[in-house]
Write a protein that binds this ligand. Structure first.
Ligand SMILES: CC(C)(COP(=O)(O)OP(=O)(O)OC[C@H]1O[C@@H](n2cnc3c(N)ncnc32)[C@H](O)[C@@H]1OP(=O)(O)O)[C@@H](O)C(=O)NCCC(=O)NCCS
Length: 144
């Protein structure tokens, strides 16, 4: 099965190369990575990770629902983008979030990824905002 759950540390390399190339790999561990209920998913092709996503137990007060997951660190290397890996990993993670009785998944979508999330049914909340050093983001969510 090419899609599997990952240990938190397995996400670090792709987080850095795709999302945070300006930061050292030691900074790729995030605060909720190991929180109870958080989980990480990846797609492996010929032994190489080509997509990762993290579903972290983090609530956003701007959104209704108590059993929320924050989708974070969704990344596909440029060589493998637009081949459907992102969608497959996202759908797998959403299914598991449902299984975990979550009622909502939210993310701060990078400007360039808003359409990707919208294709999966996510809707925008509020107006875009800047995150220093990375660019414009849009809060988006999906009710499960
Ligand atoms: C955004 C990202 C995760 C999408 O993964 P992907 O494997 O390339 O996307 P998929 O091939 O599964 O695409 C699924 C759908 O979204 C659309 N899509 C994907 N990326 C898109 C983009 N950048 N712009 C517009 N549409 C996009 C696809 O066309 C496809 O649409 P369809 O429903 O018509 O088939 C990936 O491109 C990536 O890692 N980008 C760089 C890092 C990044 O921005 N991560 C998100 C941080 S919030």
């Amino acid at each position: 099965m090419p899609i599997r759950f990952l240990k938190p540390g397995e996400t670090h390399e792709l987080r850095r190369t795709v999302l945070r190339p300006q930061q050292p790999v030691e900074e790729m561990e995030w605060s909720m990575d190991r929180a109870e209920g958080s989980f990480h998913v990846g797609f492996e092709e010929q032994g190489e990770l080509v997509c990762i996503a993290s579903f972290l137990k983090e609530r956003n007060d701007r959104l209704r629902g108590w059993a929320q997951y924050r989708l974070r660190g969704m990344a596909v290397p440029p060589s493998h983008q637009r081949h459907g890996f992102g969608r497959r990993v996202l759908l797998f993670g959403l299914e598991h979030a449902r299984h975990m009785k979550a009622d909502l998944v939210w993310c701060n979508a990078r400007e360039g990824a808003v359409t990707f999330y919208a294709r999966a049914g996510f809707v925008a909340e509020g107006t875009p905002f800047a995150i220093e050093g990375i660019g414009l983001h849009q809060l988006m969510y999906l009710r499960l």
